[in-house]
Design a protein around this ligand. Structure first.
Ligand SMILES: Nc1ncnc2c1ncn2[C@@H]1O[C@H](COP(=O)(O)OP(=O)(O)O)[C@@H](O)[C@H]1O
Ligand SMILES: [Mg+2]
Length: 250
């Protein structure tokens, strides 16, 4: 074991997923999934369409709940908590397909993500989000549903950040976006991690960008984790290259 790996194993992960199994009725979508996310890391789960990535994200958020196994946040078992209790623990999620409120303006969408206790905090947080995504500032009066796909993704991430998370869960932020926009969004995630120490768990089909961004990654096939390693290690592996990167390294 390397020194870094040894140091990691001595620490409690921010998020630990242990032997998690999730079902839709009789259909098993996750099979004994183990994932650790340590504070300050960007960790990615890559996998093809239908592998179980979104199910894993949703299981972390308690809907659907895991039928077996455990999900620990800062060492606390959150497996059986209702979703709103999980989301009140400094965990924020940007779901697949972005799901911004289409009839609400950019500002109203961001307000929905905020914990409205202190107006001064709100103004500070809003300024931060607008600094990260200047486009959202320009469009602050525009309705969510009329934004481009990339702008909606920025809004979904911005809204998640308004709750001041320690752990940000991102479900396929690159889906359906032009390569240049994907690059911009991943660059913002990298900055948030570097400058604010935000911990990120990202699930992605876009293996190339996700593995380049992440410190560590996991590969999911049919609901099981089949490989794990640093982002660079996984990018270099033949199995990953042939299954996920063929012609996709843009
Ligand atoms: N609500 C649901 N009911 C039944 N099966 C589902 C449901 N959602 C997802 N599945 C199935 O679970 C598996 C994993 O899906 P999903 O987690 O969405 O994969 P991914 O996000 O990796 O594309 C797929 O076989 C999918 O058809
Ligand atoms: Mg999905």
């Amino acid at each position: 074991m390397s020194v870094a790996a040894q140091q990691q194993s001595d620490r409690t992960p921010l998020l630990a997923i242990r032997g998690v199994e999730t079902f839709y009725g009789k259909i098993q979508a996750l099979r004994s999934v183990d994932v650790d996310v340590y504070e300050g890391e960007i960790v990615t789960m890559i996998g093809a369409n239908g592998a179980g990535k979104s199910t894993l994200m949703m299981t972390i958020c308690g809907d659907p709940q895991a039928r077996a196994g455990q999900i620990l946040y800062r060492g606390e078992d959150i497996t059986r908590l209702p979703t709103h209790d999980i989301m009140s623990k400094s965990i924020a999620q940007s779901p697949e397909g972005r799901r911004v409120f289409p009839r609400m303006t950019v500002m109203e969408n961001l307000q929905m993500g905020a914990i409205l206790e202190d107006e001064k905090d709100f103004d500070d947080d809003l300024r931060k989000v607008f600094d990260l995504f200047p486009r959202l500032k320009e469009r602050r009066g525009q309705r969510g549903g009329t934004l481009s796909g990339g702008e909606q993704q920025m809004l979904a991430i911005g809204r998640a950040l308004m709750s001041r998370p320690k752990l940000l869960l991102l479900d396929e932020p690159s889906l359906g976006l032009a390569p240049l926009i994907v690059k911009q969004i991943f660059e913002v995630i990298r900055e948030l991690n570097r400058n604010e120490g935000l911990t990120v768990f990202l699930v992605e089909q876009n293996a190339f960008h996700a593995l380049r961004l992440a410190h560590r990654g996991y590969v999911m096939v049919n609901g099981s984790v089949t490989m794990t390693g640093t982002g660079a290690e996984l990018l270099a592996r033949d199995e990953v290259r042939s299954a996920y990167l063929e012609g996709g390294a843009h």
